[in-house]
Design a protein around this ligand. Sequence first.
Ligand SMILES: Nc1nc2c(ncn2[C@@H]2O[C@H](COP(=O)(O)OP(=O)(O)OP(=O)(O)O)[C@@H](O)[C@H]2O)c(=O)[nH]1
Length: 336
Amino acid sequence: MFFVTALIVVVVYWNRRLSAEIETRKTANHLAQSYLEIINRYVITSRTDLNGIIIDVSKAFCDISGYSRDELIGHRHGVIRHPQTDNKVYQELWETLGQGRSWTGEMCNRRKDGTTYWVSATIAADYDQHGKKIGYIAVHQDITDHRIVRELSLRDPLTGLYNRRHFNELFDKFLSCKLHYESQAGLILVDIDHFKKFNDTYGHQKGDTALAQVAFCLEEICIRLNKEAPSAQAHAFRLGGEEFALLALLDEKKTEDAAEMIRQQVFDLQLEHVNNEDFGVMTCSLGSYSFRVNSEHSNEVDELFRIADQALYRAKEQGRNQCQSANNQTADIELF
Ligand SMILES: Nc1nc2c(ncn2[C@@H]2O[C@H](COP(=O)(O)OP(=O)(O)OP(=O)(O)O)[C@@H](O)[C@H]2O)c(=O)[nH]1
């Protein structure tokens, strides 16, 4: 009798423990499910195999990219890659992952409808329960609004070119980038001739339109230079008023050719400017300087600018509508 009673007590006891255990597991499972559901809905995640083929995406990934799960699974991430994201970003990403570290950086992506979105991504290796690497996991954060605001702060609203602030930042980065050491770089300063007279004759509004047209010439030339040699990394800027600049990794000859191209293209606009007496149309004067980027002189932005500006001053003095290269004058300056 005692034995039966003890058995019943033990059975009841274990039953209760089992029920409690099941309840705890149910709660834990439910909690895990809730977390997974939240992650699926709100966190932009993807998993790929070792070859970069997508094997899983969250709903948030589908929402932001505009692709359905079925359209993404089995494809490479390249399906959402925007050409604006530099190849270097991907090179750095694979190098970092190859060294067994996780990579974090910004990427520009393209939705199914062709529109652009930006993400800050963290990508790390994915391992199975035995510690064997089986692929990669990426977690993205939508930073499109942040990029739009940042981009606006870097651009001149009238011409759409980069502004002086970005010129200063980029010039600095350009010179201190180790990848650029020992490369030949060119700085071209552009200044419209007698622009005050243009405004006085044709009005501020026409002046604004002319500035936008000159900016377009610079932009086109940058596109052409970058197409001919992507390593040129040419950028155009409006420094203020009727002053523009072009910065690129070009040798001396190519820098001078680019300056001449800008001069000719502005002349070819054939914008009437009766008070630009020698020419009758809008013209510009240019000063260029070609220099070798090196580690010791990486911070001499002001000095480089001053040298190019002196060449520009010479172009103005010697009759305008011309390019002057500081290299022809400063062989004895021996700064770089
Ligand atoms: N329409 C327009 N004019 C501007 C803008 N910013 C600056 N300016 C004008 O650009 C003119 C620049 O004049 P100056 O610096 O005297 O130079 P310039 O008349 O071009 O003479 P040179 O450079 O010696 O050939 C000034 O009249 C400014 O008012 C702008 O955003 N729009």
